[in-house]
Write a protein that binds this ligand. Structure first.
Ligand SMILES: *[C@@H]1O[C@H](CO)[C@@H](O)[C@H](O)[C@H]1NC(C)=O
Ligand SMILES: *[C@@H]1O[C@H](CO)[C@@H](O)[C@H](O)[C@H]1NC(C)=O
Ligand SMILES: *[C@@H]1O[C@H](CO)[C@@H](O)[C@H](O)[C@H]1NC(C)=O
Ligand SMILES: *[C@@H]1O[C@H](CO)[C@@H](O)[C@H](O)[C@H]1NC(C)=O
Length: 239
């Protein structure tokens, strides 16, 4: 399948593979060529979707944010998403949209904000930010702080080592896992991806070790960073 944007592809992977815990690239442990050295994979069926859903596609992902200024700055500066608009819905409620440029007339991928907005409902991989500007935001808890049903956002980059060097040069960006680093079963990455201590307590130490080994292998070349609220962004290499 060819997706319009890397973010879409990973969002789709994330949603379709929710039951596989960490979004992973099947090619990492491919059994498509009957190479069974990795964990077993069940591939999706080739059964077509209900024709009534033709034209449906995953357009955006929404996060509830604690500080809209900080979040817009982060996703723009760190991941290159463009701010398309913010709607001031009421005195305290703002709703913003960001997305990567897909088009551009001269090969640079550049689009004006007006073009991005015109294309909004044909675009994929957008991120919506909902911001309620109230003093007590303690009801908002990021996935790396406390496991919830949101895991992470996935981004594809053409060169993961170059992306890591760029992230490392940004002192305010919290890198939770580097390329080649382990996926620690007690860390924030595990927390965000569904493994708080009370989940580990329900499986054996042996299986926990297996999971740690398997996820460390799957995530080997991935980077994980935290957004300003502590939500996880998984950075995967294009290959
Ligand atoms: C893998 O094995 C299955 C079951 O034996 C077979 O149907 C399939 O064609 C094989 N795939 C490849 C790529 O060899
Ligand atoms: C099977 O996959 C493993 C892990 O990716 C790889 O090291 C090995 O070379 C593969 N074997 C074959 C026969 O393709
Ligand atoms: C929100 O984030 C901005 C940019 O990081 C910062 O200047 C501002 O102080 C923050 N606001 C609050 C209420 O923390
Ligand atoms: C590409 O187009 C954009 C928008 O018109 C313009 O700002 C930019 O300078 C152009 N870049 C090149 C390399 O021509």
């Amino acid at each position: 399948m060819h997706f319009k944007s890397p973010l879409t592809a990973t969002l789709l992977v994330a949603s379709h593979m929710a039951s596989l815990t960490f979004a992973c690239s099947p090619s990492t442990f491919s059994t498509r060529d009957n190479n069974t050295t990795g964990p077993p994979i069940t591939w999706g069926s080739d059964t077509p979707s209900d024709p009534a859903t033709l034209g449906y596609f995953s357009n955006h992902f929404s996060i509830n944010v604690k500080n809209l200024t900080a979040t817009l700055d982060f996703y723009s500066r760190v991941f290159g998403l463009r701010h398309i608009f913010t709607v001031q819905a009421s005195e305290h409620l703002s709703i913003a949209y960001m997305g990567h440029s897909h088009g551009g007339r001269n090969g640079t991928g550049y689009q004006t904000t007006a073009e991005l907005n015109r294309d909004k409902n044909n675009a994929a991989g957008l991120v919506e930010m909902i911001y309620l500007d109230i003093p007590d935001k303690s009801h908002l808890e990021a996935s790396s702080v406390r496991t919830n049903t949101f895991g992470h956002i996935g981004v594809i980059v053409p060169d993961v080592e170059a992306a890591q060097a760029r992230l490392e040069a940004m002192p305010d960006v919290r890198i939770l896992k580097h390329v080649g680093g382990p996926t620690e079963s007690g860390g924030e990455v595990a927390m965000a991806n569904g493994f708080p201590p009370e989940a580990w307590a329900q499986i054996s130490a042996e299986e926990r070790a297996t999971i740690e080994t398997v996820l460390s292998a799957i995530n080997e070349r991935f980077i994980y960073v935290a957004d300003p609220d502590g939500n996880l962004i998984e950075v995967q290499p294009q290959d």
